[in-house]
Ligand binder design. Structure first.
Ligand code: MN
Length: 175
């Protein structure tokens, strides 16, 4: 019989990793089905409900990658520097008429609403599928709730790791 893991008992993981690779982006990840579903957000998440941040789906990552911070050597997948920009848990928000059974179910329908409890980001966020067939594109949008703050701009003003307090430059130089 499989042992229940810690992640079965707790709320699923939410993490954003700042990733300085060929281009700088923010990897937005949500635990589902034993992996981290992932999107690359070039401008990073916003706390302003008027912003629609492009989120490009990327490969699922293993759960233990959520706390990875450091330098990925040249020649390897994702080569560059990674910083844990935000970390916490999330829960799936239900629609009024037909609540999604899981995050994967919501994503299949093209709209997932989640409640995030991170150190930097809090409250509701919507992932909305857009773009044409064969080229999936999503928009990441802050809901208008107590966690919304148009003037805050955390990507610009709160750059440090929530794990180490380091900046991406600190991590790159520390190797
Ligand atoms: Mn990345």
């Amino acid at each position: 019989m499989p042992q229940p893991s810690k992640t079965c008992l707790a709320r699923p993981i939410y993490v954003v990793q700042k990733h300085s690779a060929r281009t700088l982006h923010y990897d937005f990840r949500l635990e589902s089905g034993g992996v981290l579903k992932s999107w690359a957000v070039p401008k990073g998440p916003s706390t302003d409900p008027r912003d629609k941040r492009l989120a490009v789906p990327t490969e699922d990552h293993p759960l233990d990658y959520a706390e990875f911070e450091g330098v990925i050597p040249r020649g390897q997948y994702g080569a560059g520097t990674v910083l844990v920009w935000d970390l916490g848990t999330y829960r799936l928000l239900g629609g009024r008429d037909a609540p999604p059974a899981s995050l994967d179910d919501a994503l299949d329908r093209g709209r997932a609403a989640v409640w995030i409890e991170g150190k930097k980001l809090r409250g509701g966020y919507t992932l909305l599928r857009t773009g044409g067939a064969g080229e999936p594109r999503w928009l990441l949008i802050k809901m208008n709730d107590a966690g919304a703050d148009p003037g805050r701009d955390p990507v610009k003003n709160e750059p440090a790791s929530v794990l180490s307090g380091l900046t991406i430059e600190d991590i790159a130089e520390r190797r």
